[in-house]
Write a protein that binds this ligand. Structure first.
Ligand SMILES: NC(=O)c1ccc[n+]([C@@H]2O[C@H](COP(=O)([O-])OP(=O)(O)OC[C@H]3O[C@@H](n4cnc5c(N)ncnc54)[C@H](O)[C@@H]3O)[C@@H](O)[C@H]2O)c1
Length: 480
């Protein structure tokens, strides 16, 4: 340990002791050095010790991204397939003993774990999050925060009660391009917003969630009963375990898996709380492999006017069999321009209409008689002087994320910063995250129950549904 680090920890121990006696705020107040005030919310150890629950594809990716931040250490992992526990020990525990278990509760019981990354199938998100918060752990939970609409409030309540830091994992909003998009929209660069569209199309088996199944998958190597959790009991099925997204019992379909990223981005950029009406249409067009969720889905959402933005509609689409051109961007359109962005780049287009509407071309003007045309022009000239006739020239400005922009690590960085500050103000806290997850989950409800879902984004509650097809009473004409 370097001398400065030793001194730092010594100073910190004093601060922590004060914190333990409840005197830190009054004793240190605002005069204490920022680093002391910031760290008293955390353990006396300045390193954050984390554990990952769920060491599948994203569990590995999240763990690596988290560890790209300084002073963070992985001390434990949990998973239900033994092969992944063995893999994690080699990948992350080569230089030390990494605690590995099938039972996530053993991870939560460990006093050396400050924060947990919850990277399990969607049907486990709420259970493990609530237990982790109760156990006094800070939580980074993958998106969508919950699997069902009624699970949002219990997670939010548990988070508030715990006082712990929580971040949800739609890391795109921590990219430089999303932040630039937010800056431009908030600066009024595209005028009042009226329309948003975003897609998440794919073309390929892996993109359509048919991930590889290890040949040794069996009831011996997989903890099948624990995987099922609160889902219906059924015999072991490796496809359901390794391709859980294809089944409603464990996943949230394309809406919960992918729309949620798009919603999170749009809410972040526009400061919106969410839509009030949601309607989804979809079908299983290509991947007829036993899955019970659609592989094509289109959704229309209505966003009401609020203090933050004008009223707008949003159209979202996922097509897992798009053999056409795929250009997955979010387009936010306003009356003075648009921004089209992804995680890496952004194009701002600015246009402004002239005040004078013009005449001629494909217009009714040519259908008037010559005398009426003459009179029309006279009146037009009087109403629209030359300075009202020129539109602002269209401008296109491109923004490329700086080389090495690492949204994933930055999203974790925001989480760890808040953990260190003892703050709950992460960029994707459970309230923000539920406001993005809920409309995505409502898409499934709309699709499967064939109805428009009415949602209150302020209170985060559902309203009375509107039937999609209102059967009109036939007009019966009386015979004379
Ligand atoms: N933020 C992103 O961009 C992003 C990308 C991919 C996945 N995700 C999210 O990450 C989560 C995991 O997805 P994935 O692709 O890694 O799935 P995966 O199937 O590859 O991994 C999930 C792992 O969780 C383990 N698991 C299941 N239940 C468990 C339990 N009760 N306790 C401990 N371990 C358990 C399984 O054994 C499996 O290894 C999902 O919620 C998904 O939506 C987010």
């Amino acid at each position: 340990m370097t001398p400065s680090r030793r001194n730092f920890i010594k100073t910190l121990s004093t601060a922590s002791a004060l914190a333990a006696t409840g005197g830190v705020n009054t004793v240190l107040g605002n005069t204490a050095p920022a680093y002391i005030r910031n760290l008293v919310g955390n353990s006396p150890n300045d390193r954050i010790r984390m554990a990952t629950i769920g060491m599948g594809i994203q569990g590995n990716s999240d763990t690596q991204a988290a560890l790209r931040n300084p002073d963070v250490e992985l001390v434990a992992v949990s998973d239900l397939y033994d092969g992944r526990l063995v893999h994690a020990k080699t990948a992350f525990g080569a230089d030390k003993a990494l605690f590995a278990t099938r039972d996530f509760r053993e991870v939560l019981a460990r006093p050396d774990v400050d924060a947990v990354l919850i990277v399990v199938p969607d049907h486990w998100h709420d259970h493990i999050t609530i237990e982790a918060l109760k156990a006094g752990k800070h939580v980074y939970c993958e998106k969508p925060m919950v699997q069902h609409l009624n699970e949002g409030k219990p997670v939010i309540d548990a988070w508030k009660k715990s006082g712990k830091t929580m971040q949800v994992g739609s890391q795109g909003i921590s990219s430089a391009a999303y932040q630039e998009a937010k800056r431009l929209v908030q600066a009024g660069e595209i005028g009042p917003i009226n329309y948003v569209e975003a897609t998440y199309d794919r073309f390929g088996a892996i993109g359509a969630w048919n991930y590889s199944i290890p040949p040794d998958a069996s009831l011996t190597t997989v903890d099948w009963d624990r995987f099922l959790g609160d889902a219906p009991k059924r015999p072991f099925d490796a496809k359901r375990f390794f391709r859980w997204r294809n089944y409603r019992d464990y996943g949230t379909g394309v809406a919960g898996d992918l729309f949620v990223h798009l919603l999170t981005g749009v809410h972040f950029v526009t400061n919106s709380l969410g839509p009030t009406r949601i309607f989804s249409s979809g079908n299983l067009a290509y991947w007829n492999d036993g899955r019970d969720v659609p592989d094509v889905m289109t959704t229309v959402m209505e966003y009401p006017k609020t203090d933050a933005h004008a009223a707008f509609q949003m159209v979202l689409r996922v097509n897992f069999a798009n053999a056409g051109k795929i250009n997955n961007v979010t387009r936010i359109v306003g009356s003075e321009g648009q921004i089209e962005f992804s995680q890496n780049s952004l194009i701002l287009t600015k246009k402004k209409l002239s005040i004078a509407p013009g005449y001629g071309g494909y217009d009714s003007y040519f259908t008037f008689t010559p005398e009426v045309q003459q009179e029309f022009v006279k009146q037009y000239d009087a109403q629209y002087p030359p300075d009202t006739r020129t539109a602002e020239p269209a401008k296109e400005i491109r923004f490329d994320a700086p080389k090495g922009d690492d949204a994933h690590a930055q999203h974790f960085g925001n989480f760890f910063k808040n953990v260190r500050e003892g703050s709950q103000n992460t960029v994707e806290d459970p309230i923000f995250a539920f406001r993005a997850a809920a409309p995505a989950l409502a898409c499934n409800e709309s699709y499967f129950e064939q109805k428009v879902v009415n949602w209150n984004p302020v209170t985060m509650t559902k309203n009375v549904p509107t039937p999609v097809v209102t059967a009109k009473k036939p007009v019966v004409r009386k015979k004379k």
